[in-house]
Design a protein around this ligand. Structure first.
Ligand code: AMP
Length: 114
């Protein structure tokens, strides 16, 4: 299987602005931000879509949410508010098939999304 762009970032084959990293997770700035704060929280294990999640992945997904919470505090958007999003497959707007949690904030976000 070809490496995803996120796997290449994890493997340091292409650059990214890294916001956080541990053994299981990397968080980077989105290259095309839709708000003042737009981070991507990515597991190092390549899981293509949410549909591929296994019960064994529950810890990693929980950790991703905790990293999002901590980054929101670091970026000082925890009180003003923010959005966390997993896009899944084509109708969900997924373009990179390696699951990632978007953390978006720093402006008033519309609902429902387009
Ligand atoms: P999604 O559409 O949910 O799959 O989100 C993929 C996200 O990855 C988009 O917001 C892109 O802007 C972002 N992205 C694509 N390539 C890169 C890259 N090389 N570095 C950082 N973010 C990227």
């Amino acid at each position: 299987m070809n490496k995803t762009i996120f796997q290449k970032i994890i493997d340091r084959e292409i650059p990214a602005n890294i916001l956080y990293e541990d053994n299981d997770i990397i968080a980077i700035e989105d290259i095309n931000p839709v708000a003042e704060v737009h981070a991507l929280i990515i597991p190092k294990k390549c899981i293509p879509t949410l549909n591929d999640l296994d019960p064994m992945d529950a810890d990693i997904v929980g950790k991703m949410v905790l990293v999002a919470k901590n980054l929101a505090k670091e970026f000082k958007i925890d009180e003003s508010g923010y959005r966390t999003v997993f896009n899944c497959n084509d109708d969900g707007g997924q373009t990179v098939y390696h699951i990632h949690l978007h953390l978006i904030g720093g402006r008033k976000l519309n609902w429902p999304p387009g």
